[in-house]
Ligand binder design. Structure first.
Ligand SMILES: *[C@@H]1O[C@H](CO)[C@@H](O)[C@H](O)[C@H]1NC(C)=O
Length: 404
């Protein structure tokens, strides 16, 4: 049993160590927790590229202090006139930095700012930019007692509310991966969707039972989620030195380590491997073990439901044996939706995307890219031409926004 656990840890950890460059990355203790105060997302990635950037803190109803970053192009910021607000919501084990890792011509965060949008970037609780709470510390296990359900209904809902009230405007939402699960769950809530103008979903996920990523399926089969929780691990932080060392000793010989990013996310056509150093400087961000468990429940059961606590606690919490489903048909038909998905995405499988589409009342605009994998949608070298121009065209077609 112990040996199995070690191997499993090595597997999940090695997901993020798929290049030799990353292996040489110095995962020292300083990286385990939030960086020093001047090491902010604005200072590290956004201002150096010549964009203006301000930091905002939003307090969620359950007491978390989460970061929002507001970005605009230097060129567009002079007249005081800001474009329509757009909120970017990142995926699992990532944070707001994920939208800024490529060049300004390649990265959606910069592109939207250059196109005159008022760009707001969320980072959910537990990521390096959002480790505050009114009473808990990230060392407390209670700090990690949440899954994407709370990220949707507390973090994202509060961020939308904040942007809506600062800008006095309805908000455009862009989500990637887990950010789309969160978006869909949030848009079902009438008090949230009323603040939203439209949503663009990259690699949309609500169902996960056709996921094909071999490494993820292996972890599900090994019940990694239950094991981690049974061991009393509540924060999933893949930068710990123990796990890196374990990986080095176990990885060779047991699994093919050269191409682990592919065996998680699918074959990415257009991810520039030269940015791996930068990528691993920021990713992976921590998440919670409970969140992993919730995602694995979706993979096992093919449901888009609230967290499954088991029959007795479900009965107590929900008044029924099984957790209630999130009903996609409650998203208003009138809400404009856009979705970009890929034929090589082994997490947001085409079959599952089609099931999501069937569940919705409205008909989203669709962009299907046969050769795109899961990471290409945020890190492609030609994302602007392949994906973002189309998305921006959708935003502009809503009629409310003149081209700037
Ligand atoms: C890949 O990344 C490197 C390093 O940032 C950069 O010099 C190069 O231009 C990039 N290639 C493409 C096709 O964007």
């Amino acid at each position: 049993m112990e040996k199995l656990l070690l191997i499993v840890f090595a597997i999940i950890n090695s997901v993020f160590i798929s290049t030799s460059a990353a292996r040489e990355f110095n995962f020292d203790g300083a990286n385990l927790h939030r960086r020093s105060t001047d090491e902010t997302l604005c200072n590290q990635l956004i201002k150096p590229a010549g964009y203006s950037c301000t930091e905002h803190t939003v307090q969620t109803k359950d007491g978390y202090l989460v970061a929002l970053h507001r970005v605009s192009s230097r060129n567009k910021d002079q007249g005081g006139q800001r474009g329509p607000p757009v909120l970017l919501q990142h995926g699992l084990f990532m944070a707001g930095d994920a939208w800024f890792l490529g060049s300004p011509e390649q990265s959606l965060g910069f592109i939207l700012a250059d196109e005159g949008f008022d760009v707001w970037v969320g980072s959910v609780r537990g990521t390096y930019w959002s480790q505050g709470h009114i009473s808990l510390s990230e060392k407390d296990k209670e700090f990690w007692d949440w899954s994407w359900e709370e990220l949707a209904l507390f973090d994202l809902a509060e961020m939308i509310h904040y942007v809506h009230s600062v800008t006095s405007s309805k908000v455009l939402i862009v989500g990637h991966s887990q950010g789309t699960i969160m978006s869909l769950a949030a848009l079902i809530q009438p008090n949230v969707v009323e603040m939203v103008e439209a949503a663009a979903l990259l690699c949309p996920i609500s169902y996960l039972d056709h996921l094909t990523a071999p490494l993820v399926l292996r972890m599900v089969g090994l019940h990694l989620d239950q094991m981690v929780l049974a061991m009393g691990i509540h924060q999933l932080n893949f930068r710990s030195k123990i796990l890196i060392d374990l990986l080095d000793s176990i990885c060779d010989g047991h699994i093919e380590c050269a191409d682990l990013l592919t065996s998680i996310t699918g074959k990415n056509c257009c991810f520039n491997s030269s940015i791996a150093d930068l990528f691993f400087e920021f990713e992976p961000h921590p998440s919670s073990a409970k969140n992993l468990r919730h995602l694995f429940q979706m993979i096992r059961k093919g449901t888009f439901s609230r967290y499954d606590y088991g029959m007795f606690k479900n009965m107590e919490l929900y008044g029924q044996l099984n957790p209630p489903a999130f009903d996609l048909s409650l998203i208003p038909k009138t809400l404009p939706l856009w979705m970009g998905y890929g034929g090589h995405d082994s997490l947001a499988d085409v079959t599952d995307v089609e099931r999501t589409l069937k569940g919705l009342q409205g008909k989203p605009e669709l962009l299907y890219l046969e050769n795109y994998g899961h990471l290409d949608f945020i890190l492609s070298t030609q994302g602007k031409e392949d994906v973002y121009n189309n998305m921006i065209g959708f935003f502009r077609s809503l009629g409310k926004y003149s081209s700037s």
